[in-house]
Design a protein around this ligand. Structure first.
Ligand SMILES: [Zn+2]
Length: 440
């Protein structure tokens, strides 16, 4: 559904003061309520210590226990349909599994909210994202002081609304968010020009976007961050390469920003680390993906679609794509970059095959947004499947994660050894890349 048209009527921003602070205002209109609760003291950290969920017919109510009043903003987004609640940086001292809500029983109406998740979105900002099964309007989104001293409740109330009202609210919210969004470019600024090749290590997902969730609340975002850190440590110990991580903590980073980090830093290689999940429990082993316009097979297309949804899981309106420049130089560079990426993918999977840890069909390609830097060879490694018992046990083992990091490090070092032994100038990363300045 095209959402190109941005309404100028804008987001109805309404001050919804908590009762403690005076008048209470409610507004609905188009099913859109921008709600803000007055903040008395935003210097102390906010913590969520408990959560209660009430769902019935066409309504849903969520009550989060807060240690104090915090500023709250809520809005809806479409495709997929979500409610996003913005908070200052918040510690969630509750089990993330609470967000996996039970589906409707047989014959029961679908619940308004199918699931929700929470976590850091950016420095100083956290989010709660509700996935909607039906179009909903925000009846209430406010932090209210409880009677007993400093504690507060964050109250989110949603009600079913007609689809066209929901769409109108989502368009307005999207327009408002676009006006606010700052560009994130901090990480790359630290990179210094040096002679050792630079590898950007990208731990998938993070913060409010948890990625795949395995049994016993094992999260893809945690596993891949651990492997990324171990890989950086291993490469640093080897002393032959430099590394830069797209994220070093439990933080949400949009896909487009991950690509920008690699391009701005002039990386020679980009390695994105993930773990997959299927309904089918017997599929196992690692797979390396490269970028292509047409998916190598249906399975690769499925994985790319799922990974490309990461921005939506984080509550963003749209993924930012590197614009296709209709230019021969651009095209040549991209082709060369992709060929190099494929070479590295083949070399990387050799180490997994040798250990008997690879998938049956371990090298595939599809349109992954995070691999689309036209001048940085990029691969995405799915370490294994959280849905397979044997893989899950491995992914959950520190020893195995260390071994996994060492395999990737060996592949990276061998790859750069061979490239420098061939002593040809690195076309994709030096000469041709420079011609792309205008495309950046
Ligand atoms: Zn992933």
């Amino acid at each position: 559904m095209g959402l190109g048209c941005l309404l100028t009527s804008g987001l109805i921003g309404l001050a919804l003061a908590a009762p403690l602070f005076g008048a209470v205002a409610h507004a609905q209109g188009n099913g859109l309520v921008g709600a803000r609760a007055a903040a008395r003291d935003i210097s102390a950290g906010v913590a969520v210590t408990g959560a209660t969920v009430q769902r019935s017919g066409g309504t849903a109510k969520f009550l989060f226990d807060l240690n104090r009043i915090a500023q709250v903003e809520a809005y809806v987004l479409a495709d997929p349909d979500r409610v996003v609640v913005e908070l200052p940086e918040t510690s969630f001292l509750i089990d993330p599994a609470i967000g996996r809500l039970a589906p409707a029983g047989r014959g029961e109406p679908a619940p308004l909210v199918s699931s929700f998740r929470f976590g850091q979105f950016a420095k100083g900002r956290s989010r709660i994202v509700f996935d909607l099964a039906e179009p909903a309007r925000i009846v209430k989104a406010t932090a209210e002081a409880t009677e007993s001293g400093g504690a507060a409740h964050l109250v989110i109330e949603l009600a079913q609304t007609p689809a066209d009202s929901f769409r109108a609210a989502a368009r307005a919210a999207r327009a408002a968010q676009f006006q606010k969004a700052p560009a994130r470019e901090e990480a790359a600024a630290e990179a210094q020009p040096q002679t050792k090749p630079l590898i950007v290590i990208d731990a998938g997902h993070g913060g409010v976007d948890m990625g795949a969730v395995g049994a016993k609340s094992i999260y893809e975002k945690d596993i891949v961050l651990d492997v990324a850190r171990r890989l950086a440590a291993k490469l640093a110990a080897g002393g032959k390469t430099r590394t830069l991580l797209t994220r070093t903590g439990d933080e949400f980073i949009p896909l487009g920003d991950r690509v920008k980090v690699a391009r701005k830093a002039g990386a020679q290689l980009f390695v994105s680390i993930h773990a997959d999940m299927l309904n089918e429990t017997s599929v196992h082993g690692a797979t390396v993906y490269t970028v292509s316009d047409r998916a190598s097979d249906a399975e690769a297309a499925r994985v790319a679609a799922k990974e490309n949804d990461a921005d939506k899981a984080g509550g963003m309106a749209d993924s930012e794509e590197i614009g296709d420049v209709n230019d021969i130089l651009f095209d040549l560079t991209r082709r060369e970059t992709r060929a190099i990426g494929h070479q590295f993918a083949m070399s990387l999977i050799d180490f997994w095959k040798a250990a008997g840890d690879s998938n049956k069909n371990p090298v595939r390609s599809a349109g992954f947004v995070v691999l689309k830097a036209p001048d940085v060879p990029s691969v995405l490694l799915e370490l294994g499947y959280l849905s397979n018992d044997r893989d899950l046990a491995k992914l959950n083992s520190e020893d195995w994660r260390q071994t996994a990091a060492e395999r990737i490090a060996q592949a990276v070092e061998r790859y750069f050894n061979r490239r420098s032994a061939a002593s040809e100038p690195s076309a994709a990363t030096a000469g041709l890349g420079a011609g792309l300045a205008s495309a950046r």
